[in-house]
Design a protein around this ligand. Structure first.
Ligand SMILES: O=C(O)C(=O)CO
Length: 328
């Protein structure tokens, strides 16, 4: 139980995979009376009316109709990161509750990870590491070769904050940059990084040596990359996904990687997360996987927390909310 004079904020908890960072708790407690999901569930009548904000960290706690109905004083949901696919925006808007996320705090580290995965897959870093530590030092393969990144074509799907940061990094690697954006063409960004707009996703897929998914998951983008799209890609192409697992049809990807339809994939995101330990994707050699760590840097996590505190305080004080998400 925290300071009763401070506004009540619901958090997932202090333990478990989606708990708020341990070293953030002190900072949060300076501003808010933190009420864990467990405390709330044990005594909804006591805690429900006190809660004015929900602090969503790593997608938790889940906000559904039942929760919204039990929080009559709720004003804002602050959600860590850029993705909002875990929130039912229409439902939340119908309760007159605001939403804020933290897209700027996570864009650079997520773009860095995208480039790290691209480079790792291109140069077969994980396989190389395994060879380097292998006891068989006599039989190092002479044909262990990767793909050159300099001069190669990168197709970025989704030119938002993260997509643009990837393009800036790719420019430094002297890559040719193509992009596809569902909503609108980004003329300023195009000019700044020398990117070429592909109105048709198919054109980008056919021309790219590397395809980077940096688009949000929505009903329209779910399984954006399926069997047909993979077949349009070059057999030497590498697919990188730093968005959401469900952007890709994982069965189709599995088949494409096994049969040489594409060369390799590097995924920070899958479905489910984590993949079951007997999942066939884990057995492939031409895949690199990381456990959804796009924004997992100390700096980004702290910035995320600070942005979320700012948004909650602004909302509770009736001020314009930084990083407010349009719900309509
Ligand atoms: O910001 C997000 O939504 C992320 O998942 C970063 O990896």
């Amino acid at each position: 139980m925290g300071n009763q004079d401070l506004p009540g904020v619901l958090v997932s908890g202090f333990e478990g995979p989606c708990c708020i960072c341990e070293d953030h708790v002190g900072d949060l407690k300076k501003h808010f009376n933190l009420i864990t999901m467990q405390e709330f569930l044990e005594n909804k009548t006591q805690f429900g009316p006190k809660i004015q904000a929900v602090y969503i960290w790593g997608g938790k706690p889940a906000v559904d109709l039942e929760l919204l109905q039990s929080l009559p004083s709720l004003k804002i949901i602050a959600s860590s990161g850029a993705g909002l696919d875990h929130l039912d925006r229409k439902l939340i808007a119908s309760f007159g509750v605001k939403v804020a996320n933290t897209p700027h705090a996570v864009s650079s580290p997520t773009a860095d990870l995208g480039m790290a995965l691209l480079l790792a897959a291109a140069r077969r870093l994980v396989e190389g590491y395994r060879l380097a530590i292998s006891p068989d030092t006599e039989n190092f393969p002479t044909n262990f070769m990767g793909q050159e990144v300099t001069g190669a074509t990168l197709g970025i799907i989704g030119m938002g904050n993260i997509g643009y940061k990837i393009a800036q990094r790719a420019k430094a690697f002297e890559m040719k940059i193509l992009y596809h954006n569902r909503k609108c063409r980004k003329l300023e960004e195009e000019k700044a990084v020398g990117a070429t707009y592909c109105e048709r996703l198919d054109d980008l897929l056919q021309q790219s040596d590397f395809v980077m998914l940096a688009v949000s998951l929505t009903p329209q983008t779910q399984r954006l990359i399926g069997r047909r799209e993979l077949r349009l890609m070059k057999p030497t192409a590498i697919l990188v996904n730093i968005g959401r697992g469900l952007l890709v049809d994982q069965d189709a990807l599995m088949e494409a990687l096994e049969t040489g339809v594409i060369k390799a994939a590097a995924l920070d995101v899958t479905y489910p997360e984590p993949l079951p330990r007997d999942h066939p994707l884990l057995k492939l050699k031409n895949i690199i996987l990381t456990p959804h760590i796009g924004s997992a840097t100390h700096q980004a996590r702290r910035q995320t927390m600070e942005n979320m505190i700012e948004s909650i305080l602004a909302s509770l004080n009736g001020l314009p909310i930084p990083n407010e998400v349009l719900l309509k």
